[in-house]
Design a protein around this ligand. Structure first.
Ligand code: XMP
Length: 524
């Protein structure tokens, strides 16, 4: 979506692992920013982007190396404030006439430094306003090279034992450069430096969800005109927020398609249909295709084959219903900003990571549809904030992720209706327990998997021979790595008892304590 109304800050990415955190800190300050890899930031790009301020990120390279990453030199002539972080500081010094030394060279001040350090102030600087609560502040350093001589016009405003030029500035030009990373958790008050920086750059904090909502609605109307849009609704946060936003923009020109493959959780289909059709009054096709999916999955136990069958049928079903919507020219997707950020690659040009939606991958081209992606500028927590702004209930907004193939990948081995029914009941009890104990929001994802094994038990005076199940609960930031959630033994015991008492068909409960890697979150 073209952003023309907000004050914009440009982050030039030199390849730091934590560049996204800079963007997070700024968005929290209601400042709109975009991350662009240095390779893409040309003079023409800069002129077109017209940033109100620029931040140079950190990065793994050394400015002492010929051909190392640099911004276009016109950046320094724009007359806007610039903040250089770590490698960004070194770039500024090297570009503007200072000196940077590599590795552990001492003399001229400074050695390589990794981890916690303490900075003490030297003189007054608006960037540091209110920052030094005590005589020194904890910061996080991660640099091999160091500045050995300041560029003309710069002065030192903070030092650490190994970084005499920890905080530097040329106040006449509004250039600021720090050796440490204010964006990370281990610089506890680092957010204040960003706050000071955007304040001195004159940002008014116009990036609010209310403002975004207005702008996004106008942009959707401009893009779509009087044409029709279809949206695959899964009940997950992203597609739900996208649907509600688009509906607010174009009303009945939007039709949602909700594919019920028979692999949903207890009450899920009713919940989604009630919410969107009855509450939001959206045209919604509830494609009840349980027979089709479960029929084709009958007797299949190989995980990859299951996924392929579900993926293929999903596209067929979606396409069938979408075809029936006359005049549809657009497909809505809940693509988020982290999916479209181009990351710096040192093996060649910038690499692009774009999520191909598991549900409708390849469909837009196949059906000749154009994409509407109103969440492309947002981080996940901003999507949640927008959902709240749009009036979606907290139960939808705070939901754990749920995979496209649904319960199929939580039912190792053959899928039967009987097993699915047992699984749904056990899962509902487990989630109820987690909510009752106030743990739901601490956990990234929690679910039950029904195992393809029957075990012997004894209930009352009788012998049982029923399924075993595994409880899974993990903490994670992005689903790429995960650790098991450390429930108390009391919680696990109480939950096992409830499941065995309340769910006929299960007589044994286990807890999965595998991290990812080496495991995955789902069982298949
Ligand atoms: P794994 O099991 O790979 O899962 O550790 C990581 C995260 O991705 C979710 N997941 C999927 N989501 N379609 C989806 O939309 C899929 O095919 C799929 N497979 C796994 C999983 O629930 C977890 O959040």
């Amino acid at each position: 979506m073209e952003n023309t109304t907000h004050e914009r800050l440009l982050i030039i990415d030199f390849g730091s692992q934590v560049t996204q955190l800079i963007a997070r800190r700024l968005r929290e300050l209601n400042v709109y920013c975009e991350i662009h890899p240095y390779q893409n930031v040309t003079e023409a790009f800069l002129a077109d982007f017209a940033p109100k301020a620029i931040i140079f990120s950190g990065g793994p390279d050394s400015v002492t190396r010929a051909g190392s990453p640099r911004p276009p030199q016109s950046a320094y002539r724009l007359g806007v404030p610039i903040l250089g972080i770590c490698y960004g500081q070194q770039v500024m010094m090297q570009d503007l006439g200072g000196e940077v030394h590599g590795g552990k060279i001492s003399g001229g001040g400074g050695t390589a430094e990794f981890g916690r350090a303490f900075v003490t102030p030297e003189g007054e600087l608006s960037l540091l306003s209110g920052w030094f609560k005590a005589e020194k502040e904890q910061v996080w350093m991660s640099h091999g090279d160091h500045v050995a001589k300041l560029a003309p016009g710069f002065a030192v405003y903070g030092t650490s034992p190994n970084a005499p030029y920890a905080i530097t500035a040329d106040t006449a030009r509004n250039f600021y450069a720090v050796q440490f990373h204010p964006e990370v958790h281990h610089t506890p008050n680092g957010a204040m430096l960003y706050e000071n920086f955007v304040r001195l750059a004159g940002f008014t904090g116009d990036w609010t969800m209310g403002a975004y909502r207005e702008q996004a609605i106008a942009a959707i109307r401009a893009q779509v005109g009087d044409k029709k849009v279809i949206c695959g609704l899964s009940g997950g946060v992203d597609s739900s927020v996208a649907a509600v936003l688009i509906h607010e923009a174009i009303g009945d020109q939007l039709t949602c398609v909700f594919v019920d493959h028979g692999l949903l959780r207890q009450g899920e289909a009713e919940e989604v249909v009630t919410m969107f059709r009855d509450h939001y009054n959206m045209p919604l096709i509830h494609a009840d295709e349980q027979e089709l999916f479960l029929g084709e999955l009958d007797g299949v136990s190989d995980p990859e084959t299951k996924r392929k069958i579900i993926g293929r049928l999903f596209i067929d079903v979606f396409q069938k219903h979408a075809n029936a919507i006359e005049g549809a020219e657009f497909l809505a997707q809940g693509t988020l900003y982290p999916d479209v950020i181009e990351s710096v690659s040192f093996s060649g040009g910038p690499s692009v990571t774009i999520k191909s939606h598991h549900n409708v991958g390849g469909l837009p081209e196949k059906m000749g549809l154009k994409l509407v992606e109103p969440l492309r500028e947002l981080f996940k927590d901003e999507v949640r904030a927008l959902g709240t702004e749009l009036g979606l209930p907290p139960s939808f907004i705070g939901r754990h992720p749920f995979p496209g193939p649904g319960l199929a990948i939580r039912c190792p081995g053959e899928i039967t209706r009987e097993k699915l029914e047992i699984l749904r009941k056990a899962d509902a009890v487990y989630i109820d327990q987690i909510r009752k104990h106030g743990l739901y929001d601490d956990i990234w994802q929690a679910f039950v998997a029904i195992l393809p094994v029957r075990t012997v038990g004894v209930m009352g005076d009788g012998r049982t021979y029923d399924f075993a199940c595994a409880l899974r609960a993990v903490t994670s930031v992005d689903g790429m790595t995960a650790d098991y959630y450390p429930f108390s033994h009391d919680f696990l015991g109480e939950t096992a008892t409830r499941i065995i008492n309340e769910v006929p068909g299960i007589n044994r409960v286990t807890y999965d304590i595998t991290s990812k890697p080496p495991g995955t979150i789902e069982w298949e």
